[in-house]
Write a protein of this length. Sequence first.
Length: 241
Amino acid sequence: MEHPLLFLPIILNALGLPAYGEPGQGGPLDQILAPHMQYSYLAMIICILIAKAATRNIEMIPKGVQNVMEMYVEGLEDFIIEQVGTRDKALIIYPMVATFGFLIFISNYMGLIPGFMSPTANLNVTLGCTLIAIVTYHALGIRFHGFKYIKHFMGPIKVMAPFFLVVETFSHAGRIASLSIRLFGNMMSKEMLLGLLFTMAGPYLAPLPIMLLGVLVCLLQAFIFVVLPVTYCAEAMGEAH
């Protein structure tokens, strides 16, 4: 559910562009300029601008934006190394995980600003990120273990291999639903509650409790979407496989 008033669609409508992306009402431009895509593009631009600001004048003693970004970069790198075991393995997945964390963090918090929405409150966005993570960790499993990686799905007992194959297939398919729907569901519920409160109880004090709770939820969900792909990749690259 989107906020009753979204700034970017209003601007695009004034320019004569199909800003609300209604399916079946036009061509591909409708989907490209759907509200969740508009705010996804905005979140990407914000991430790029923050990264540029942090690296424009790098100093030996960091301060300001550079200090915050260095804390994020170094802290995340240490966490990934701890999970996967070596720095070489960590650097393989670091760009993907760092991008997920930064982009989802910005996207989640955008929904707390009146006139904006969280792109992650749309299942298309969260599912897209999830599929990238799922394909990546299976590709890493094959890269590190060859096609013997498939044995992971067969279980330790040959006679039970068909049964384990079905179970493991459903288990890994469940990760797609779990990872994407968890983020989408939490952001969507926040958007719905805020929309209802803005509409029924006024735009001032009534939405504040949900907005305060949303501050914690946005941070927690961004953290979870970082931790789970790291865990999946660590399992795929681990020697046990």
